[in-house]
Ligand binder design. Structure first.
Ligand code: GPW
Length: 826
């Protein structure tokens, strides 16, 4: 394997001719066949749900040959593969995307109509898999789409959770209610469970010495069974694999216990084993030091590493694993899979008899680490006692890695107190981010600013000691799902404007739209697309949420996980102040700009202030939407259960996007990219990828406000007192008073007291300090919006200049800077 990287722009040419072209009639027959032989219903009996399953299986069958060929080329060719290890893959609905990438959309539409159905009803029948929390999981899904589209051999490795991210509803008081997301209730046609490619994963027990060799004697094991999802590239004729592990028990039944007639005890091991893949932890950017979570992490990582050895050294009892890093490079998606580092060491030493140094060489070459946060509380640190109990051999290996690490640092002349700070193993804890940084070849952040702050702050000691390890790869999103599927109107207009649809696999071509921003007729067409998307979203909102939305208002959206650092509080305080101004008649008739504010956000179930913020937003919404004084001027909607489907519908309809995190806290953001690519203007801080978006689209096409990272630091250093800001800005004071005096809680002054107290005394993320500049910039926003042509010109320039934020470009950067590999030969 050469591992050579062929240079940037890894695939400029699309492979357009499908291998097995199929007519609509043939495709209809294939669906009928599936209905008959696998669904066992006649076309007359078939419901939309039946047709969805049948059509999905038909599409999957179409992809089979390309999948086999990709696998064979991956194993037999000389191109290093990518293994993307991630605890989350937030895929979104599959059918439409698979049709698009396989080039079968038209055939599907016609076939389904021939069967007497509407294509949209069939596509809608799919239940969205929610195997991720937010940005990190969606990024993984975008990346594997791009790798397949670029023709790069890749495996996504993760967990097929039985319960995905919880479903969110609100009770009559506006509180978040979580219900389990049992997404596998009905037949799921995409994943194929492969019982014959299983792996054994063991836990607990002890380490003993036998003939001078350490031997791990585990206490219990689970069976990891892969469920394979196809990842078809867009017009690439390549189909990669997403392999999600599900946990099964070996001890179907404990006969001994059963014979003692302890029936329930007899199934306990089975329950324990199968619990491992039962549920996705719903915490996003906050660590939870739970045993089950460590079990999950080890479970999927151990199975995946063994799987890669099986795939690349088929049937070899004594493979030469010194070549392993030339076969596959593993990317650690945050700290969640970092236990893979000691696991590969263990596999090499204990299972394949390599010496420590050889094993270390292989391991360090094999792994790379992506950090997705700057919040210290989100960097995983495991109690050594927990690792010792669950994975005793791994704890030994980690200790030895740490010893070697400290020696290496001493040799480099690093000061003792610095070494002390950098320890991977502290005596009672293991710092996974440090282990990942030392144990892999490269460390990257996910936007320029974030990568810089990793080097300067979060991982400064490491960057000083190993400067060459650090690099940046700015995140991206797939234009197939988030432009073509989500926004067909804009896609058609782009294709019309550019005279080609090649932009879908080379998003830099959007630059060709820049001159069209000077063409008023084109800008008006662009505006008409946005208006049509707003119109569609009004229908979507009515159908899904039962709400009435006025399409002739500014659509202003803030969708993302609920987190203090993202500052939904800042937005709701602004909305309240705008409401107060309207109520008091402070805004003249010609100054009033009708707005509809959409929020979407799930809060981690145990995150008290986040849940209280949701409750507040819901109740502000109730008061405002029911107040005749502001009717037609201001409306607020907290949309329940933000997910990929909602994103695909709401983003194309949005005109103003909120990216208002405290500077230095949002590692990148990816929603920001989706909005810009769909022609929304951003109001935002200099944080994460906002910085680069603003650079690309032009400062004049971006509403910037708020403190910079340096100003934030200085304010902390000088001693931050939020009450000062409360006193200084009457708009802010008024807004907080309305929350405190019970306006949004039927007069109950206690309802939001914890939030109010936090704002006035702590305000850790300085929402109050940024309020004035945030409120001030609204005048600029509203002025521009009153000039639709100019607004839309700027929005179009956002689209034209955002091609950089394609995940295809992110993948090219990883290939060049980190993975040093490329696409398979055609
Ligand atoms: F804390 N992100 C996320 F870094 O969605 F692990 N979940 C997480 O648990 C973490 C990060 C973690 C997000 C970042 O918050 C966001 O800024 C970034 O765009 C996204 O990961 C993808 O890199």
């Amino acid at each position: 394997k050469t591992g050579n990287y062929p240079g940037r722009k890894v695939r400029m040419t699309e492979i357009t001719a499908p291998k097995s072209p199929v007519t609509a009639e043939q495709f209809a027959d294939e669906i009928r066949e599936q209905l008959k032989y696998t669904q066992n219903v006649t076309p007359e009996q078939a419901t939309a749900a039946d047709v969805y399953v049948a059509a999905s299986k038909a599409v999957r069958n179409h992809l089979a040959d390309a999948w086999f060929k990709t696998q064979a080329d991956t194993v037999n060719g000389d191109t290093k593969a990518v293994g993307y290890l991630s605890a989350e893959f937030l895929m979104g609905k599959q059918l439409e995307n698979a049709l698009l990438n396989a080039g079968l959309t038209e055939q599907f539409d016609a076939a389904v109509e021939a069967l007497g159905f509407q294509p949209k009803d069939i596509v809608d029948a799919e239940y969205e898999p929610g195997l991720g929390n937010g940005g990190l999981g969606r990024l993984a899904a975008c990346f594997i789409d791009s790798l397949a589209s670029l023709g790069v051999p890749a495996f996504g490795y993760g967990i097929q959770y039985k319960y995905g991210i919880f479903k969110q509803t609100f009770d009559e008081n506006g509180k978040q209610v979580e219900t389990p997301d049992y997404w596998l209730t009905n037949e799921e046609p995409w994943g194929h469970i492969d019982y014959n490619r299983d792996q054994k994963v063991s836990f607990g027990g002890e380490v003993v010495e036998e003939n001078g060799k350490k031997v791990w004697k585990p206490a219990w094991s689970v069976r990891a069974v892969p469920v394979d999802y196809l990842v078809p590239g867009y017009k690439s004729q390549r189909v990669n694999t997403l392999r999600l592990w599900t946990a099964k028990s070996y001890d179907e039944f404990d006969l001994l216990a059963f014979n003692k007639s302890e029936y329930l005890d007899a199934v306990k091991p089975q329950v324990k084993a199968e619990n491992i893949s039962k549920i996705l932890y719903p915490e996003d950017s906050t660590k939870v030091g739970k045993e089950l979570r460590l079990e999950q992490q080890y479970f999927f990582v151990s199975a995946s590493l063994h799987d890669a050895i099986r795939v690349f050294y088929p049937g070899e009892a004594k493979p030469d694993l010194t070549t392993f890093p030339n076969k596959i490079t593993f990317q650690l998606n945050d700290t969640h899979p970092v236990i893979g580092i000691p696991e590969l060491m263990r596999i090499l030493i204990d299972e394949y008899d390599y010496d420590w140094d050889t094993a270390w060489g292989i391991t360090q070459k094999t792994f790379n680490y992506t950090c997705h946060t700057l919040l210290p509380e989100a960097l995983e640190v495991w109690p050594a006692s927990l690792i010792g109990e669950l994975l005793p051999r791994h704890l030994e290996i980690i200790k030895k890695i740490n010893e070697q690490f400290e020696d290496e640092l001493k040799d480099k002349g690093v000061a003792d107190e610095t070494i002390e700070r950098m320890r991977i193993y502290t005596g009672d804890a293991v710092r996974m981010a440090y282990l990942a940084t030392y144990g892999g070849s490269h460390v990257n952040g996910v936007a320029e600013l974030h990568s810089q702050l990793l080097k300067d702050v979060t991982l400064k000691d490491f960057s000083d000691a190993y400067p060459d390890k650090f690099t940046n790869v700015t995140n991206g999103v797939t234009p197939r799902r988030f432009i073509k599927l989500a926004n067909p109107g804009l896609s058609d207009l782009i294709t019309e404007g550019l005279g080609t649809d090649k932009w879908l696999s080379d998003l830099d071509l959007l630059q060709g739209l820049v001159p069209l921003a000077k063409d008023d007729e084109f800008v008006k067409k662009f505006a008409a697309v946005k208006q049509a998307n707003k119109h569609s979203f009004v229908a979507f909102a009515k159908q899904h949420y039962g709400i009435d939305v006025d399409e002739n208002t500014l659509f202003n959206t803030m969708v993302k996980r609920l987190h203090e650092y993202k500052r939904q509080s800042l937005k709701i305080l602004l909305v309240i102040s705008q409401y107060a101004a309207l109520k008091k008649g402070e805004v003249s008739a010609e100054e009033i700009l009708p707005r509809t504010v959409f929020f979407g956000a799930k809060a981690a179930p145990g995150y008290y202030l986040a849940k209280l913020t949701i409750e507040l937003i819901n109740n502000v919404s109730k008061v405002i939407n029911n107040d005749p004084d502001v009717k037609g001027k201001l409306a607020v909607h907290m949309l329940p259960n933000y997910n990929i489907e909602m994103a695909q519908n709401l983003i194309p309809a949005t005109e103003l996007d909120e990216q208002i995190s405290q500077a230095g806290k949002e590692a990148s953001g990816t929603g920001n990219m989706k909005f810009a690519l769909n022609g929304a203007l951003t109001v935002g801080t200099l944080d994460g990828a906002n910085v680069e978006i603003r650079e690309k689209v032009g400062a004049e096409n971006f509403f910037l406000f708020g403190m910079t990272v340096d100003e934030v630091e200085k304010l902390y250093a000088d001693g931050y007192d939020p009450a000062k800001y409360y006193e200084a800005d009457p708009r802010l004071k008024q807004a907080i008073e309305l929350v405190a005096n019970g306006t949004f809680s039927n007069g109950d002054r206690n309802a939001y007291a914890p939030l109010v107290a936090d704002w006035l005394t702590k305000d850790w993320f300085m929402a109050l300090a940024d309020f004035s500049s945030y409120a001030d910039i609204q005048a600029q926003i509203e002025k521009l919006y009153r000039d639709p042509l100019e607004w839309n010109r700027k929005a179009l320039l956002n689209v034209a200049n955002s091609g950089y934020f394609s995940s295809d470009r992110s993948m090219e950067d990883y290939l060049e800077r980190i993975w040093h590999t490329g696409p398979l030969a055609d």
